[in-house]
Design a protein around this ligand. Structure first.
Ligand SMILES: O=P(O)(O)OC[C@H]1O[C@H](O[C@H]2O[C@H](CO)[C@@H](O)[C@H](O)[C@H]2O)[C@H](O)[C@@H](O)[C@@H]1O
Length: 342
């Protein structure tokens, strides 16, 4: 993208903390995929979600490549590789201000067994750094913001951690005297004590399930089952459910071999994208071109916002055909790096 004619980046205006209106409670909500690749939303009003339903969806969210191989060609026709249509993308963005939104895991770093070792390559870091010299660039991750910053290590970016519930702007100041960036948006701050409490309970409950790992992402939690024997998924699902049934203000969503627990507030990566565009002064702007690259279910909220705004587009990183609101696809993180260097 370095050859792209760039519209001068507008310096971001001063940010203020955003107040988010609290939404009514929805009880225990699960969002996931079924095997026919349709989005399923099962809300059990009594808070009694069946564990086997959750296990089914854990399986459906973890399909093997083999299961989908025959769909691949058709899917690639519908969601062409962003690398192949690069010129089209550049043409569509001409005269507009590109704003880049990048998911972390599975987009900038390859998926690995140990979430604490999901490092991004130096090459990818250099590429993102270059990108941020031309366009306002944000990392939008399910992870705790501090943790994702430790992986990315680029002070000039915007960071939206905890699925967008913790947003900060770039650090400013000289190399020797960096002024710490002010918090821009933390719509779920009142949930912190509850999240900490549930983290403790989940750690205790799941410690006997071999391979399970609970990650504290500050405003949300992850229960990883990538390293859990599939025969134990049901046991793990029961444990998670038994804790969550006492917390109707928390909901359960699902990512790549991970159960994600988060507040029921109506805030997601899509809202974070809108917040950042607004903060950058592009709320009602027609000449802005946001590009969002992500690999996970949670990135769909951002893809959807772009479709609804009819601005820019989403790029899904996936080797496996999936229903998506993105417009283009990439197979893996290394292709994202290739795209930026085209
Ligand atoms: O929004 P993201 O930046 O994509 O974060 C979503 C989750 O990413 C991490 O988990 C995923 O990556 C791990 C490391 O490759 C992998 O082991 C795990 O199976 C994946 O689900 C992160 O650890 C989670 O907390 C995030 O919610």
């Amino acid at each position: 993208m370095t050859k792209q004619k760039v519209v001068a980046a507008v310096p971001p205006p001063l940010f203020t903390t955003t107040e988010v209106k609290k939404q009514p409670l929805h009880g225990f909500t699960y969002t996931g995929f079924d095997s026919s690749k349709k989005v399923v939303r099962d809300v059990d009003t009594n808070g009694e979600m069946k564990v086997n339903m959750l296990v089914d969806s854990m399986r459906a969210c973890s399909p093997t490549r083999r299961e989908f191989s025959h769909d691949q060609t058709r899917w690639m026709d519908q969601y062409p590789s962003a690398l192949e249509v690069f010129d089209e993308i550049i043409n569509a963005s001409k005269g507009k201000q590109i704003v880049m939104f990048l998911d972390y895991d599975g987009t900038l770093s390859p998926i690995v067994d140990d979430p604490d070792r999901a490092y991004m390559s130096d090459e990818m870091r250099a590429t993102v750094k270059k990108l941020a010299m031309y366009f306002p660039t944000a990392i939008v991750s399910g992870r705790c913001r501090d943790k994702v910053y430790k992986f990315v290590k680029l002070a000039e970016l915007y960071y939206a951690g905890s699925h967008g519930m913790d947003i900060r702007g770039p650090s400013t100041g000289s190399k020797n005297k960096k002024s710490s960036p002010s918090v821009l948006c933390q719509p779920a701050s009142e949930y912190l004590p509850m999240i900490d409490e549930v983290y403790g309970l989940l750690m205790e409950k799941t410690q006997s399930t071999e391979g399970a790992k609970v990650e504290n992402n500050k405003f949300c939690l992850s229960v990883h089952f990538r390293c859990v024997d599939e025969k134990k998924w049901s046991e793990l699902a029961s444990k998670v459910r038994s804790v969550l049934k006492n917390y109707p203000k928390l909901r359960l969503t699902q990512g790549r071999k991970v159960l994600e627990i988060r507040p029921t507030i109506k805030w997601d990566k899509g809202k974070a994208l809108e917040f950042l565009l607004e903060s950058l002064g592009y709320a009602n702007c027609t000449d802005v071109f946001p590009i969002y690259i992500g690999d996970d279910r949670t990135d769909e909220d951002a893809f959807k916002v772009l479709r609804e705004r009819d601005q820019g587009f989403g790029i899904l990183v996936s080797k496996i055909p999936r229903d998506t609101n993105a417009s283009y696809s990439l197979q893996e993180p290394s292709e994202a790096s290739l795209l930026f260097n085209t």
